[in-house]
Design a protein. Structure first.
Length: 308
């Protein structure tokens, strides 16, 4: 989000799959897990806090501690080292990490539409207008930053030479740079991403746009982790038309060997909380079965969503 990564509750992709789970009684024994998020001011920390609160409502004895990090890239390393149990990871980093093996997916989070934001009074109206401009791309280790570079490249701009890229230590530092005139545009992702909300609610408002149509077709080619997404009209103040763009799903990943009672308990809590698109049923078609955590697979098999 990461950083910058994504919407805290809303997803632009939905699933119509029904879900019935045999719900064993949750253990009353306390359990403590550590969840890596991202830098303050971004979507992942906001999501993490809301996610933990939702889990607490269905299993008060299940403690999930959030930990601020540099974002998706750092989270992968923390998981592999066993320094955290869980981590929020955007698709640009999640899919390669899953292909390497060891890590598994507990649940999806949400689909994150990537967008550029500029002040509403700006003359910048498309990616081509960013040439020579200062653009905040995100934090150093964010999956959204990777997506932003790809969106620029597919639109015909070298993200290192054709713009003046600005990378951040904290995702929340981006909107003030645009507001103060130190940057011309901001790249980010997610309908509820704090950076977008700050831009939209600033005096004068903001305007949002995605990559060119040719870039969308290139980035969202079949088999890619990046998908074509539509941001509905009215998602932001003053936005009267839908916005075509690209985006990716983010996931809750688990460290190697995360299974057994703690994993079963956590997945049952996620399913019971039914926290928007963050539900095991929405993994169908997003990742191969061999990348899904065994505890999640057990729940999905109980629901008849994957073969036994």
């Amino acid at each position: 989000m990461d950083h910058a990564e994504g919407s805290t509750r809303r997803g632009v992709l939905t699933s119509g799959l029904g879900f019935i789970v045999v719900r064993p009684a949750l253990s009353a024994e306390p359990a403590h897990l550590v969840l890596a998020t991202a830098t303050p001011g971004g979507g992942f920390p906001a999501f993490g806090e809301a996610f933990v609160a939702a889990l607490r409502t269905v299993d008060p004895a299940l403690t999930v501690e959030t930990r601020s990090t540099g974002g998706s890239a750092e989270n992968i390393g923390l998981l592999r080292a066993g320094r955290v149990d869980l981590a929020l990871v955007q698709g640009e980093y999640a899919y390669p990490a899953l292909a390497e093996g060891g890590l598994t997916v507990l649940s999806p989070i949400y689909a994150t539409p990537g967008l550029f934001a500029v002040p509403a009074a700006s003359g910048i109206r498309a990616v081509a207008d960013l040439r020579g401009r200062a653009v905040v791309l995100g934090t150093h280790k964010s999956g959204l930053t990777v997506m932003g570079r790809a969106a620029l490249g597919a639109s015909g701009l070298d993200p290192e030479r054709d713009i003046r890229p600005i990378l951040l230590d904290r995702a929340g530092d981006g909107p003030p740079l645009v507001r103060d005139g130190q940057a011309d545009a901001l790249w980010g992702g997610g309908l509820d991403w704090p950076g977008f909300l700050a831009m939209a609610n600033a005096p004068g408002g903001a305007r949002f746009f995605g990559p060119s149509e040719a870039a969308i077709a290139q980035l969202a080619r079949p088999g890619s982790a990046t998908k074509r997404l539509t941001v509905p009209a009215g998602s932001f103040p003053g936005q009267t038309a839908p916005i075509e763009t690209v985006g990716s799903w983010s996931f809750v990943l688990a460290r190697p060997g995360f299974d057994g009672e703690p994993a079963d308990r956590l997945v049952r809590a996620i399913a019971r909380a039914d926290f928007g698109t963050t539900h095991p049923r929405n993994l169908a078609g997003l990742v191969p079965a061999e990348s899904i955590n065994p505890a999640t697979l057990r729940v999905l098999r109980q629901a008849g969503l994957v073969p036994r």
